[in-house]
Design a protein around this ligand. Structure first.
Ligand code: PMM
Length: 273
């Protein structure tokens, strides 16, 4: 995967029973595989397979259950000729099983905080990883902590996360950073973290942003999850114009169009050399 030439679209495949936005329609592995292959057809550059919902109030899925949901989906996607696959997990054992089943990279919403073995696994396998900003333990991911300056604090904390990963043996070049829209942030924090996305340039790593259907959009529009498509389009457009390299979205076909137009505008406005 080339990062930087054009914005990549990561499609979301939640093989969960209670994900906030697809309502558990993907409860069987076959349904999840078919859905995931459809995301590549719709233009996804990469599909993110997760089985533990991180929506507000969600309970932890136990380790065996998380593996039981993820592994057959990754295997099925591979057999079906899928492109790049990431595994959205905070547990090294689940990541290991998914990498063995054919996943290409790890997406960890805890930035390697929840499982001390995750960094070593990523180092040992030589795979890339997405390190997302969050605070607190699993049950606290959606608490609204206090920030004095959300953009600066996210940059500082992600900087520490990157440094910890490097000292565990993961080369910096393999890391992608993510401000964690909606995680340990209220709507105002999420809007500011997105609006000041350029602050992340200080860390000199590719940036992934996941605004899709999230509650900050619901707050601005006073709209339930099912009516956040245009709000998501606006947030994706803003992220691309402010320097995102990858956007993580549910509505792949629609957001591929948004991203293409933003990329064309960026290209047309690029400084003349
Ligand atoms: N958001 C969710 C889950 N995983 N991973 C990354 N890197 N960034 C995100 O913003 C992110 C994530 C929660 O949304 P979902 O339940 O719709 O997947």
């Amino acid at each position: 995967m080339e990062l930087g030439d054009r914005t990549l679209v990561m499609g979301i495949l939640n093989a969960t029973l209670d994900s906030f936005s697809d309502g558990g329609q993907l409860a069987t592995a076959e349904a999840a595989v078919a859905y995931g292959l459809g995301l590549y057809k719709a233009g996804a550059d990469w599909v993110d397979v997760g089985a533990e919902s991180t929506r507000p109030g969600a309970a932890r899925v136990d380790l065996e259950e998380e593996m039981r949901r993820i592994v057959p989906v990754v295997e099925g996607l591979r057999r079906g000729g899928a492109g790049p696959i990431s595994v959205d997990t905070t547990r090294a054992e689940v990541a290991r099983a998914a990498l063995d089943a054919g996943a290409d990279l790890v997406n960890d919403v805890s930035g390697f905080r929840f499982d001390p073995s995750m960094a070593a696994l990523v180092a040992e396998r030589g795979v890339p990883a997405v390190l997302m900003h969050s605070r607190g333990r699993f049950e606290e991911l959606h608490r609204d902590p206090a920030y004095r300056d959300v953009a600066r604090e996210v940059v500082a904390e992600l900087g520490e996360t990157v440094a910890r990963a490097e000292s565990a043996g993961v080369p910096r070049e393999r890391l992608i950073i993510d401000p964690g829209i909606g995680f340990a942030k209220d709507a105002a924090h999420s809007l500011e973290a997105l609006g000041r996305l350029r602050a992340l340039e200080a860390l000199d790593r590719p940036v992934l942003v996941g605004p899709s259907r999230k509650s900050f959009i619901g707050k601005v529009l006073d709209a339930p999850v099912g009516r956040r498509l245009m709000g998501t389009a606006a947030a994706v457009a803003a992220a691309v114009m402010l320097g995102a390299h990858v956007v993580r979205v549910h509505d792949v076909g629609e957001m591929v169009e948004v991203v293409r137009v933003c990329d064309a505008i960026l290209e047309a406005g690029a400084p003349v050399r």
